[in-house]
Write a protein that binds this ligand. Structure first.
Ligand SMILES: *Cc1c(COP(=O)(O)O)cnc(C)c1O
Length: 389
């Protein structure tokens, strides 16, 4: 009998999450309320930061973050093309322009040397938006040093990086604002959701108001003593970006297990890396400055030693009942970004090369050892069948 299909990603939902959601449903309070507040408090404590703001996606959080640091039409923001389009689309929401720079060939994070080069020759740059690819922190000391030198803000896309350490410090305590994703495939899943963290009270206050229609809590509180309960004041044309209590209920229980989840993903990554020696592929490079959150396990196929390409490899995995994915199709290859900025594929040669070799393998806590072995055996089988040497 055929084995069951092993999906590329699955959320890890247990009785705790189900009970917390049921409790929310029975409470009668479904939108942002006590569960969202508790999730934010727990998250702030986990990261060790004063302000955590729950939102309905990481994309929303990144948009609010860029608005809060004062990004305006025509401003330029340095970011990576080796990411999901959300990272850069939020720059366009504000009428600003992304300046893409290529990635490092080992970590696939933004190349700091190239940030330094572009800063020497370009005016109007207001911020750097690094992505901690796959769950491994970018070179934050160098990024923060450049930000200081050129008076730039740093907003981190930490969609992959819960939890990740950089030189012993938890991501979320490094740049000006950090944003996490709780999309269903991420290391903490609420279906849809995100969290913004910052140590800056001004940014927190601004994002707090803007995430719910520009209704300022402080104005609200100040007037509360001498205003009727129905009164509120709108201080800006804000957004509808608040998290609901059903999602927050999931988040509360997922956060309790975030380190247990990490432990399991780390075990799986170690099993893969141990098994994949002497094969025509490279396993993920682990930078000594970082601890990996292992949101993704991205192989690089050595195409020059194979008779198949990456797409064939993925087809063979699928035929064997194993889901894989590709992270990422670099942004400069997508029609919107390509056409807007006139990019050629070779404009970011490292991103292009890494993309053509990249395969993301399943890595999630509910995978049992047999699942991991099954992936390992299939990878080995396909590569041995299609090896050119
Ligand atoms: C998933 C992801 C996002 C978007 O997250 P949402 O919560 O779906 O908005 C942003 N950046 C990166 C790098 C991602 O992988």
């Amino acid at each position: 009998m055929d084995q069951k299909f092993l999906p590329f990603a699955l959320p890890c939902i247990a009785e705790e999450e189900i009970n917390e959601v049921v409790d929310t449903l029975r409470s009668g309070w479904l939108t942002s309320g006590p569960k969202t507040k508790r999730f934010e408090e727990n998250f702030a404590k986990f990261i060790g930061t004063p302000h955590a703001l729950a939102v309905n996606s990481c994309t929303a959080g990144l948009h609010l973050a860029l608005e809060a640091i004062g990004i305006e039409p025509g401003d330029k923001i340095i970011t990576t093309p080796y990411t999901f389009t959300a990272t850069a689309e939020v720059i366009r929401y504000l009428g600003a322009e992304p300046l893409f720079v290529d990635i490092e060939p080992d970590t696939f994070n933004i190349d700091v040397q190239q940030i330094a080069e572009i800063l020497k020759t370009t005016t109007g740059i207001k911020a750097i938006l690094p992505v901690h690819f796959a769950g491994q922190a970018s070179n934050m000391d160098a990024i923060l040093a450049l930000a200081k030198q050129y008076s730039l803000k740093v907003v981190e896309d930490a969609a992959h990086a819960l939890p990740a350490y950089y030189k012993g410090r938890l991501v979320g305590n490094l740049g000006d604002i950090t944003v996490y994703s709780f999309y269903v495939t991420k290391t903490l899943a609420t279906g849809e959701g995100g969290m913004i963290v910052t140590a800056n009270p001004k940014y927190a206050e601004r994002m707090h108001a803007l995430r719910l229609h520009g209704i300022s809590k402080d104005v609200f509180n100040r007037s509360a003593s001498n205003s009727p309960a129905w009164h509120y004041d709108v201080v800006a044309p804000g957004f509808k970006y608040n998290m609901n209590d059903i999602a927050a209920a999931l988040g509360i229980q997922q956060l309790n297990k975030v380190n247990i989840f990490l432990q399991r993903r780390t075990e799986i990554a170690e099993q893969y890396t141990q098994a994949f020696t002497d094969l025509p592929l490279s396993t993920p490079y682990q930078h000594p400055d970082s601890s990996h959150a292992w949101h993704l396990y991205v192989l690089q196929l050595k195409l020059e030693e194979l008779t198949i390409d990456r797409n064939n490899f993925i087809e063979h995995m699928k035929e064997a009942g194993i889901g894989t994915s590709v992270h990422f199709i670099p942004l400069h290859l997508h029609s919107y970004w390509r056409e807007r900025y006139g990019f050629k594929p070779t404009d970011f040669p490292i991103a292009l090369d890494v993309y053509q070799r990249a395969v993301s393998l399943p890595i999630y806590p509910s995978m049992i050892d047999d699942d991991v072995q099954r992936v390992i055996e299939q990878v080995k089988l396909i590569l041995s069948k299609h090896s050119s040497s």
